[in-house]
Ligand binder design. Structure first.
Ligand SMILES: [Zn+2]
Length: 195
């Protein structure tokens, strides 16, 4: 089988995170085999492309200028800084937090050209001033990139009169000290609590 359009579809699907060449091709075959699916998918993609953008306040995804969370006056005036909209969704679904968010859409990576502008740091600072925020919670991954980004933001926010906290980390439930890596152990020690 040979079709330039099919190859193009495969190539585009392969740009998605976690999708290798074989998977991209399998997905492309599924789409080509099912005309109804192809139509529905193209409509959904077209609508997302046209209508879904970023909240001008917190950079969460939204179809409006301001997202539902920012425009909800019953949310607390704290800001939880997250890596991407998927992390925001996970925290929302856990139902543990009733404040606002700020979405970075990445981690600091100067060598890849991702700096403060790409992470929207100025927008975050404006948000802190505008809502008279009482706490900024850094809820970023416990990876080297996540840690570096957390430290950077904490340092930048020193000029604002706002407490900055980060999620407690350390041993996950059921983990053994013996098999924990040194980063996990050091975080477990730093995050230790009075019993
Ligand atoms: Zn928002």
């Amino acid at each position: 089988m040979s079709s330039a359009l099919f190859d193009r579809l495969t190539e585009q699907l392969g740009r998605l995170p976690g999708i290798g060449r074989k998977t991209a091709m399998r997905l492309a075959f599924s789409i080509v085999d099912n005309r109804e699916l192809a139509r529905d998918l193209s409509e959904a993609l077209g609508m997302v492309w046209q209508k879904v953008g970023e909240c001008s306040t917190c950079r969460n995804i939204t179809e409006n200028d301001i997202c539902d969370i920012c425009s909800n006056s019953s949310r607390h005036d704290s800001i939880c800084v997250v890596h991407n909209p998927a992390d925001l969704r996970a925290i929302e679904d856990a139902g543990l937090y009733r404040g606002k968010y700020f979405v970075l859409h990445g981690f600091l990576a100067p060598l890849d050209g991702i700096g403060p502008d790409e992470l929207g740091i100025d927008t975050l600072r404006k948000m802190i001033d505008r809502f008279e925020v009482d706490e900024v919670i850094l809820a970023l991954d416990s990876t080297a990139d996540g840690e570096a980004t957390s430290s950077y933001i904490a340092r930048i926010l020193e000029t604002h009169q706002v407490p900055v906290t980060r999620l407690a980390r350390g041993l996950p439930p059921g983990a053994s000290v013996e098999f924990a890596d040194s980063l996990t152990l050091s975080q477990a020690f730093q995050g230790r609590q009075k019993v």
